[in-house]
Write a protein that binds this ligand. Structure first.
Ligand code: GDP
Length: 612
């Protein structure tokens, strides 16, 4: 039983519409257009909004959208067939009118619509009577797994997860390797990090170091650190601009070079790519001899049809998907992106061979840029100043799993804020991890050494609000915000404890902290290094904030801090995966271990690196 069927042009003109109830459907259809069709999420043709399920089909030749809406509790098996059939009938019936321009035509479509619907309903009933065939082995997910992926390692939770869906990808160097839908193996990450360390080390030898502040960059494997507790103080040494201890005068001096570098809006990210430009690749005649053939050489020879159909595009789309996965886009999202491109291009009539390759690339590029471009204005400095005018502190909360760089990037953001003359209170709400408070204390000292009170009308620009360990984080955050209000501090940065996305009690505690304190912005901190895993984290954090909040309109993640971007070369796929999943912007990108290594995402630069 369909509630709504509508045919409208991509320009927004409704050509024909049928409604079986008096309900107002425009909010749901608008949500579909806004969240799916305009945002390049059309890979899956189903969209849920409130109690409704909406299914749609695009006609790319006449730029039309066919939409069906029905109650979500219903399971209508004929809707795909109905959309296909009704689409064909409509095209056939009004081909001439559609070619000349649809808006002035009176589409008398009810009889055909009823006929097609009736046929589909009868077809669905007849299908229901046929006993279900058992799936063959080839059809099952199991057939797609490799033997290695099915060996579970005892006590290895991650190992268990990787068994779910394993897809084989052609890495750009031609080796076959496995990418899982959920996570990289720890071993793979460790191996990648080691590779990267080697690469960075060789780079350091070749060229003089740009930043004098990152001597341990080559060592990418996270080491257990002890903050001010004796033992390994590598990181402290890197960022230590002041110390209370006498006899260390050399390390007391703040690095004055950093001061003033972060005033104003954050600079855009520049993404380097080691490969030659795509234009060069387009003309190269021996792509296979190169280290990587590039997107164009992958597509060459695969397409040649004039009218693009799902079948003719399939080999190209498979290559595209592998290319994206090779760049660290989560496998599931790479699939959806390619399906979305297919839906967008299906039925398009193209000219020569070359224009097909160009169209495929251009369509994907366009989709990727759109995904990465923020849908709403993100201007933290302006929001902070606005809050200041209202006489209240602007509050940002940082969440994410352990070790992704929450505290470090919080400190970088803090540096940027004080460079812009905003005073900051850091709320030490990680009351779990030993050393977390000391780490923030150290940062606070460094930051105040860089921007001493003497430069800011005798005011300490950064204050740490700490209550030690084991206390209720939500309570500490609340006290900190009150303290910031009383002391007229401009911004509060809340550092929360790192937690695994599957740890329910800790996720509940985070939801409580957010619900109780209502920060202006909740930022999810994720590493650019781990593709699929970061997506899993993000989805679960977002879900937990929604599920465990007692509010009817829970505050979920507003933006993303993508860290360790300096360690991934051109494997920039995590940026796409994270924005695709949440629809939220990447507000900050961490590009190193000094306070100035903070950038804004440049969608074009990232997509350029992704498409090479
Ligand atoms: P937390 O547990 O999430 O608070 O993580 P930390 O802030 O302690 O950071 C973990 C490690 O990642 C530290 O060694 C940081 O120096 C490093 N780190 C953080 N951000 C970046 C970044 O953008 N680039 C690089 N290369 N390392 C980073």
């Amino acid at each position: 039983m369909l509630d709504l069927f509508s045919i409208f042009s991509k320009g927004g003109i409704v050509l024909w519409c049928f409604q079986s109830t008096s309900e107002i459907f425009s909010p749901s259809v608008n949500a579909l257009i806004r969240s799916v069709i305009l945002q390049e999420r059309s890979g899956n043709n189903t969209f849920n909004h409130n109690a409704l399920t909406l299914q749609y089909k695009l006609d790319n030749e006449f730029e039309l959208v066919f939409v069906v809406a029905y109650q979500r509790i219903l399971q209508l098996s004929y809707v795909d067939k109905f959309l296909n059939d009704v689409h064909l009938e409509f095209r056939d019936k009004y081909k001439n009118e559609l070619q000349t321009g649809p808006c002035i035509v009176d589409f008398n479509f009810k009889t055909t619509f009823d006929k097609v619907l009736k046929e589909c309903e009868i077809w669905a009933k007849s299908q229901a009577k046929i006993p279900k065939q058992m799936r063959t082995f080839e059809d099952s997910q199991k057939s797609k797994k490799t033997v290695a992926s099915m060996i579970e390692r005892k006590g290895d939770e991650k190992g268990k997860k990787t068994v779910k869906i394993v897809e084989s990808k052609n890495l750009t160097n031609g080796k076959a390797e496995e990418v899982t839908n959920n996570t990289y193996d720890d071993d793979v990450i460790a191996a990648n990090r080691a590779k990267l360390a080697q690469k960075l080390a060789s780079k350091t030898k070749k060229e003089p170091k740009k930043s004098p502040k990152s001597p341990q960059k080559a060592d990418r494997v996270k080491q257990p650190r002890v903050w001010e507790l004796g033992g390994d103080t590598r990181d402290v040494a890197v960022l230590d601009y002041s110390t209370d201890q006498p006899g260390e005068a050399a390390t007391l001096l703040p690095d004055t070079q950093l001061i003033g570098q972060m005033t104003g809006a954050i600079r855009d990210l520049e993404v380097e790519s080691e490969e030659s430009s795509s234009e060069e690749e387009e003309v190269t005649s021996q792509p296979t001899s190169k280290k990587t053939g590039g997107m164009f050489s992958l597509l060459k020879g695969l397409v040649g049809a004039k009218a693009l159909s799902e079948e003719t595009m399939r080999p190209v789309l498979d290559k595209l998907r592998d290319h994206l996965i090779g760049k660290n886009v989560a496998a599931d999202i790479a699939n959806k992106l390619c399906d979305s491109v297919a839906i967008k291009l299906e039925g398009k009539v193209l000219g020569t061979f070359d224009s097909v390759a160009k169209t495929v690339k251009a369509t994907l590029t366009e989709s990727l840029v759109r995904i990465l471009s923020p849908k709403r204005r993100v201007d933290i400095l302006r929001d902070c100043l606005h809050a200041k005018q209202e006489g209240r502190p602007y509050v940002m909360a940082f969440c994410g799993v352990n070790g992704v760089g929450k505290s470090t990037n919080l400190a970088k953001i803090c540096f940027w804020l004080i460079e812009n003359d905003l005073s900051v209170l850091i709320a030490a709400c990680d009351t779990f991890r030993a050393g977390a408070v000391e780490q923030l204390r150290t940062h606070t000292r460094h930051l105040n050494a860089l921007h001493p009170p003497a430069r800011h009308h005798a005011r300490h620009m950064v204050t740490l609000y700490e209550k030690g360990y084991g206390k209720d984080a939500a309570g500490i955050a609340m006290e900190a915000i009150r303290y910031a209000s009383d002391t007229k501090t401009d911004v509060v940065l809340i550092d929360t404890a790192g937690r695994m996305q599957d740890n329910e009690p800790l996720m509940r505690a985070l939801a409580k902290l957010i619900a109780v304190n209502e920060p202006d912005t909740v930022l999810f901190v994720g590493e650019a290094l781990v593709g699929n895993e970061a997506v899993d984290q993000l989805v679960k954090f977002n879900q937990a904030l929604a599920d465990y909040s007692s509010s009817s309109s829970p505050h979920v993640i507003d933006g993303i801090v993508l860290t360790k971007f300096d360690t991934i070369d051109d494997k920039v796929g995590a940026a796409i995966s994270m924005t695709y999943i949440t629809g939220q912007p990447i507000v900050f990108v961490g590009t190193g271990q000094t306070y100035t290594d903070l950038k804004a995402l440049n969608a074009n630069a990232v997509v350029h690196a992704l498409m090479k």
